[in-house]
Design a protein around this ligand. Structure first.
Ligand code: COA
Ligand code: AMP
Length: 637
């Protein structure tokens, strides 16, 4: 066993040797001829000449290794009161049949399939079934509204859409088909087929062109896995950027498998047979990497949880699941623990459960505030490990690894050390490297390691423009932060127009476009402000046109509704503040960073290019009288 320092030195000193060793843990169908080939844009192609199949690694190879009777998947759904279990052999049966159905529907290797499903086992089957036949899946989070689904249909141009009749949010049944029908009507691209899962909570008459999932699968013949080139796309996952149009992050089979297996052993410290639970959603990268692919490829049992940290039925639900299924390693977002702490601050509910099986808790998706960290650590008396990464990287960049020799210190508030494979720097606006303690832009040295995005779907130029151009030689993460003297990275938040609401990544640029579309709005800015429960929530600063008869309350109500209909309720857009004008540079650019600093009561750096500095106190007064933002909250006492 190596120490962290040894592994890090190996990965930086001899990246090819490091990744060649890591790649040996993967069951290739044809071993790669080369480890890395540099690309002109600074990125690299990994494992050229290699052939493999992610579904084979996640299921068939596990059965071949003698794990056929081991539990692969446990579905625990307080939302429906159902618990179901699949061994690896049973999972193979379910996945191979669905793969056969997709083939029968004309889906071939390289074709796209959209998966718009709640947290049901069929979502896992669907992802693996696509992987099995080389189809590229694109999972769309069930909370997204019709327009977002339509945008993804048009960008991915899928042959088939897999969906269900409903999702369940707390005790509310959310019908999916009206949204899906609306999205299909809005999209220019037309699907060949929709396969629909009838859920007991919402049985719907289906169109004659649609297939009933259960019925169609029962008639399908199982499909064999296809050997695929290492760089064959496994999935497209859309993520919010600074513009209104989400980016289709592509993940390949080869680099992804190598990186995820590496992360399971060296970072999460798990071994085959462990029970791994990531309480996230299959619609997000955490769900892709650590609910579906990594645990199965590592021979672990994975838990699929259809519920919430609270009110399903209470704030003890996480502890119940950990005890019931013998969870060894648990991963969720800090916001989930904040929700539990709010309802059960003394942790009374935890006392009813035996959590001896639990070794560590991992948290990510947003910074873990020290208060939540302290509460959780004292409650659980186990390591609580923050770790930082993003959809684009696919696996953790920083954290406190659990798979190396010796114990590494956890520092509350820090994301951790840099994981072997990545090189992270903090740079200032002139591209100079910052000293320890100095805050700047967090960038990753090129080339990115295996598992990170090789491209943006059908638009490589967009990857170059969005991530590689600002800091030549580096990938720009969009986060700001600093290193301390011990090499621990602190992530202090986004420096762009991306916000994190209850662990969900959203673009304020996209929200702004919707607000600006309202007929009463002359100008607007949407910014994220701090929120004690959700981390951040968006607010709209609106300049209303002259001679508008509607009140601000009426306009706000319409905007809140528009955001729910166009993006989804999970965006949590609930407040607008009317202002007379917005702060701008002399060239007319809205100073969003300055607005965020005012709202969060941070020291305001007055930009040299500001048109009229007097406007800043006007804005601050408007926020205080509307009761939003940190100063307003402070003033309220
Ligand atoms: N489908 C449909 N609607 C959804 C949805 C989904 N998958 N997810 C959220 N929504 C809706 C909610 O029902 C709610 O609707 P409402 O305004 O009509 O009540 C709205 O979006 C806001 O949801 P949310 O911000 O999630 O707040 P909440 O009070 O419903 O739940 C938490 C709070 C903390 C329990 C919840 O946000 C949570 O579990 N967060 C963790 C997120 C996570 O795991 N992220 C992955 C990163 S690792
Ligand atoms: P996503 O792509 O949805 O996973 O969101 C990635 C973004 O979430 C990052 O760029 C960060 O802004 C934020 N994030 C994720 N994990 C952490 C963390 N541990 N600490 C701070 N921010 C985080």
């Amino acid at each position: 066993m190596k120490t962290y320092e040894e592994a890090y030195a190996h990965a930086t000193g001899d990246p090819e040797g490091f990744w060649e060793t890591a790649a040996r843990k993967v069951e290739w169908l044809t071993p790669p001829a080369a480890v890395k080939r540099a690309q002109p844009d600074g990125l690299a192609t990994w494992f050229e000449g290699g052939e493999l199949n992610t579904c084979h690694l996640a299921i068939d190879a596990q059965i071949e290794a003698g794990r056929g009777d081991q539990l692969a998947l446990v579905y625990d759904s307080p939302a429906t009161g159902c618990v179901q279990r699949w061994t690896f052999s049973e999972l193979l049966e379910a996945v191979a049949r669905l793969a056969g159905l997709l083939q029968a529907e004309g889906v071939e290797s390289g074709d796209r399939v959209i998966i718009y499903l709640p947290m049901v086992p069929e979502a896992v089957f669907a992802m693996l079934a696509c992987a099995r036949i080389g189809a590229i899946h694109s999972v769309v989070f069930g909370g997204f509204a019709a327009k977002e689904l339509a945008t993804r249909i048009d960008d991915a141009t899928p042959k088939v859409l897999l969906t269900a009749t409903c999702g369940i949010e707390f005790d509310q049944v959310i019908p999916y088909l009206p949204l899906v029908n609306q999205a299909c009507a809005m999209a220019k691209h037309k699907l060949n087929r929709r396969i629909i899962l009838q859920r007991d909570q919402q049985i719907e008459p289906l169109n004659s062109d649609d297939l009933d999932w259960q019925e169609a699968v029962s008639r399908a013949l199982p499909a064999q896995y296809l050997p695929l080139p290492a760089d064959h796309p496994l999935y497209i996952l859309y993520t919010s950027g600074t513009t209104g149009k989400p980016k289709g992050v592509v993940r390949d089979h080869g680099g992804h498998a190598v990186a995820l297996l590496q992360s399971m052993a060296d970072f999460y410290g798990v071994k085959p047979g462990d029970v791994f639970w990531a309480a996230s959603d299959v619609g997000w990268v955490v769900g892709h990497s650590y609910i579906v692919y990594a645990p199965l490829m590592a021979g672990c049992t994975t838990i699929l949880f259809e519920g919430k940290p609270v009110r399903t039925p209470d704030a003890g639900t996480f502890w119940r699941v950990i005890e019931a299924h013998g969870v060894n390693v648990f991963f969720t977002a800090p916001t989930a623990f904040r929700a539990i702490r709010k309802e059960d601050p003394a942790g009374a509910l935890i006392k009813g459960y035996n959590l001896d099986c639990l070794r560590q808790v991992f948290v990510a998706g947003e910074r873990t505030d020290p208060a939540t960290y302290q509460w959780l650590t004292s409650l659980l008396n186990r390591p609580v490990i923050d770790h930082w990464w993003q959809t684009e990287t696919g696996w953790p960049v920083a954290g406190v690894p659990q798979g190396y020799e010796g114990e590494m210190k956890i520092k509350p508030g820090a994301a951790g050390r840099i994981l072997p494979g990545f090189e992270v720097l903090i740079v200032d606006e002139h591209n100079n490297v910052c000293d320890a303690g100095e805050t700047g832009a967090v960038v990753l040295k090129l080339p990115l390691p295996p598992g990170c995005l090789p491209t943006v779907w059908q638009n490589h130029r967009r990857l170059v423009e969005a991530y590689l151009e600002e800091y030549p030689g580096y990938y720009h993460t969009g986060d700001g932060g600093y290193f301390d003297e011990d090499g621990y990275l602190y992530i202090m938040g986004r420096t762009d127009d991306v916000i994190n609401v209850a662990g969900h990544r959203l673009s304020t640029g996209e929200m702004e476009a919707i607000v600006a579309d309202h007929p009463a709005i002359a100008e607007c800015a949407v910014i994220g402000i701090q929120d004690p429960d959700k981390g951040q929530v968006p607010i709209g600063l609106i300049v209303v046109k002259d001679n508008v008869s509607q009140t601000v309350t009426e306009i706000e109500g319409e905007l809140v509704q528009s955001l729910r209909v166009d993006i989804g309720a999970f965006a949590n857009f609930k407040r607008c503040v009317q202002v007379e004008r917005l702060p701008k540079t002399r060239s007319g650019k809205i100073l969003r960073k300055t607005l965020r600093q005012i709202a969060d009561n941070l020291p305001v750096e007055i930009p040299a290019t500001i048109d009229d500095p007097a406007i800043l106190s006007e804005i601050s007064d408007c926020m205080i009288s509307a009761g939003v933002g940190a100063i307003a909250v402070q003033n309220r006492g």
